[in-house]
Design a protein around this ligand. Structure first.
Ligand code: ZN
Length: 160
């Protein structure tokens, strides 16, 4: 079965930056499960999966414009401390995920005040060229409920 729109794709990935420094490795946990063609993952990676099959291993280089976008200068905001989980432990440089009206959002702490925190709203991987090593472990048809939700249910997908 080939990867195409409305198929569920399970895959392991190793992500490195341009300098070869490892950012993430999915091995040791369940493979990531995505519903293909629904924008579950960055565009460059989704495009590279098209037409592949279970057992395929390949590498793909994703430029920022196909990944998390360019890094924007001065894309900062002052946020009340109450919105931060564990606000006593905030330090500059930390990546923190905040709950927003548009879903979870990862920001980087710039400066911690007594009641407010200045954060950089750029995604931590914005502006980076991403080097992925992919191994597809399975491709299957999606369940009707998964198609209705636009994401995969169960291991590697949404648990709800
Ligand atoms: Zn769902």
């Amino acid at each position: 079965m080939k990867v195409e729109r409305d198929k569920v794709v399970l895959f392991h990935y190793r992500l490195r930056d341009e300098a070869g420094v490892e950012i993430e490795d999915s091995r040791g946990r369940a493979p990531l499960a995505i519903l293909f063609g629904h924008g579950n993952i960055i565009r460059g990676l989704e495009q590279a999966l098209a037409g592949r099959a279970a057992g395929d291993r390949f590498e793909v280089v994703v430029p920022p414009e196909q990944g998390y976008g360019a890094r924007r200068a001065d894309y900062t905001q002052r946020v009340p401390k109450k919105y931060f989980p564990a606000s006593d432990h905030l330090r500059p440089g930390m990546a923190v995920t905040l709950a927003t009206d548009h879903g979870p959002r990862t920001v980087t702490v710039l400066k911690v005040g007594s009641s407010v925190v200045d954060v950089d709203l750029n995604h931590p991987m914005a502006g980076k060229t991403l080097h992925f090593a992919i191994e597809i472990t399975a491709v299957r048809d999606a369940e009707p409920e998964e198609l209705a939700h636009g994401h995969v249910h169960g291991a590697g997908g949404h648990e709800h």
